[in-house]
Design a protein around this ligand. Structure first.
Ligand SMILES: NC(=O)C1=CN([C@@H]2O[C@H](COP(=O)(O)OP(=O)(O)OC[C@H]3O[C@@H](n4cnc5c(N)ncnc54)[C@H](O)[C@@H]3O)[C@@H](O)[C@H]2O)C=CC1
Ligand SMILES: O=C(O)[C@H]1O[C@H](OP(=O)(O)OP(=O)(O)OC[C@H]2O[C@@H](n3ccc(=O)[nH]c3=O)[C@H](O)[C@@H]2O)[C@H](O)[C@@H](O)[C@@H]1O
Length: 445
């Protein structure tokens, strides 16, 4: 099938590449010339395991193309996926300006039947707005063309995006007419090994399903983070509690890890947007407000532990920091807990020597002052152990695999104060302490 994907961010690029892998002819559009230039020269603008290979293979086969030419992109696909960003507005609601601009371009330039598919995460009712925007553009041109608008939210996780797209737990399609249903079923048939994985529903329910999924996952994390605080006071171990409850299939084992708070481009923004949607309908989102509050506090949990240990003033102290990205296997720094931690440590007079296996370049781009210079007191190093030199203690924020088995004797010999603050519970406390290190983790003794 001929498919256009509008927006070559994480979701657009993965969608385009994976649809091309199944034999579709995909044209990806972006308004960002830099991204399109990188893609056309064989690179990819993001770090995502396995994606470059899929992009290269399909580009070489002529099934995957990249452009900034809007007219070309509208003419190309019968299926037009909108995968542009939906960042939070000032009041927390999703900013739909990019989605609606993409829809208007389609209405302005289409000459035949199109299925316009919202893949971006958008509030309930957005498909109606997309439909109206296209109708207005068609009316302005004085033409009457048939088109359908569908919702097809994306559930992929960064760091595992290609696998999540190629082997989805489910594909949710919200659609209102039979012609579009048939086209989308045909498109997704190769990805949904059995029909039960393709869930066809009304558009509003599909839009709502995406927010419900992210809000549920965020709730589980905040629940465990709140319990981790209690575990510390009660003399219990949150890791044992996690296994103890997770073995009940009604609870399940995933997304129960207490830590330094959830970050990324989606949970924080989607929980905020759902709180906002709820308020607009006159229903205060009691639970979701608490989920957000717990998470905001949790991003400071390591600072609280440092302050408890050293006092409010951290002047003259230097901390090694392992992990900048909001989670492993990505260079994404959006809403990363490390950002809150670094800002707070610098404010209290400490210096930070940071290391991340892949996110350093992105961190250098975003952790800057008003003049664009790296924040005063922050420096970056090329290897995990380089961060330890001259540092008082080590602070771990992201659970990259290469941090899982350090040589604790080396840590003890290098760190001035021999202290580890572990925001992801990577180690067995007794093992760390056996090397003479002081060890602080989350929800454990
Ligand atoms: N990042 C993720 O893991 C996931 C994101 N989502 C949702 O997918 C949507 C996109 O997210 P990301 O890919 O992370 O966004 P992103 O911010 O990485 O990329 C969006 C892209 O759209 C482009 N763009 C903006 N307006 C455009 C227009 N009118 N025409 C063409 N291109 C345009 C931008 O230049 C940018 O390259 C959001 O709604 C997000 O909530 C959903 C599931 C997973
Ligand atoms: O809508 C989206 O964009 C996506 O948001 C999340 O995916 P992602 O943000 O890539 O990352 P996750 O693996 O969900 O992690 C999010 C944050 O939660 C934290 N987390 C995760 C799991 C856990 O048990 N504890 C925990 O603190 C991670 O460290 C990370 O900061 C969802 O998992 C995807 O299904 C969804 O498609």
């Amino acid at each position: 099938m001929k498919v256009t994907v509008i927006g070559t961010g994480y979701v657009g690029l993965v969608t385009g590449a994976c649809l091309a892998e199944m034999g579709n002819h995909v044209l990806c559009l972006d308004v960002d010339q830099r991204k399109i230039d990188i893609l056309n020269s064989g690179g990819i603008p993001i770090h995502e395991p396995g994606l470059q290979e899929v992009v290269r293979r399909n580009a070489a086969a002529g099934r995957l193309e990249f452009t900034t030419d809007i007219a070309h992109s509208v003419a190309h696909g019968t299926l037009q996926f909108i995968a542009v960003g939906t960042p939070p507005d000032e009041d927390g609601s999703a900013d739909l300006q990019y989605v609606l601009a993409a829809a208007r371009n389609i209405g302005r330039l289409m000459t035949d039947y199109k299925v316009v598919i919202d893949k971006s995460t958008v509030p309930v009712g957005t498909a109606d707005k997309v439909k109206a925007a296209i109708a207005e553009e068609l009316a302005a041109r004085g033409v009457d063309l048939e088109y359908s608008v569908a919702s097809n939210p994306e559930f992929l996780k960064e760091g595992a995006a290609v696998n999540d797209f190629m082997r989805p737990d489910r594909v949710v399609v919200g659609v209102e007419d039979e012609r579009a249903v048939l086209l989308l079923k045909a498109l997704y048939q190769p990805f949904t090994r059995n029909r039960e994985r393709l869930l066809v529903m009304d558009v509003r329910s599909a839009e709502f399903t995406k927010y419900a999924a992210n809000a549920m996952l965020a709730t589980r994390i905040s629940f465990m983070n709140e319990l981790s605080r209690l575990a510390e006071r009660l003399g219990a171990d949150i890791e044992l509690v996690r296994v103890g409850i997770g073995s009940d299939p009604r609870i399940g084992t995933s997304f129960l890890y207490a830590g330094a708070g959830y970050g990324g481009s989606c949970f924080p923004k989607d929980v905020k947007a759902l709180v906002r949607t709820s308020a607009e309908t006159g229903l205060p989102a009691v639970l979701l407000n608490a989920v957000e509050q717990v998470n905001d506090e949790q991003k400071l949990v390591l600072v609280d532990k440092l302050v408890k240990r050293y006092g409010e003033n951290l002047n003259g102290k230097t901390f090694a920091l392992w992990g900048l990205a909001f989670k492993p296997n990505t260079d994404d720094m959006r809403e990363a807990p490390s950002r809150v931690l670094i800002a707070e440590l610098l404010k209290r007079g400490a210096s930070v020597k940071a290391y991340d296996p892949v996110a350093t370049e992105e961190a250098k781009r975003v952790l800057v002052d008003a003049e664009g210079n790296t924040l005063a007191g922050l420096s970056f190093v090329e290897a995990a152990n380089d961060a330890l030199e001259g540092a008082n203690g080590l602070v771990i924020v992201t659970e990259w695999k290469e941090f899982r088995s350090p040589d604790f004797d080396t840590l003890a010999a290098t760190l001035k104060d021999k202290i580890v603050f572990d925001g992801r519970n990577l180690y067995e406390p007794a093992l760390v302490r056996a090397s003479g290190l002081e060890y602080h983790s989350i929800g454990r003794q």
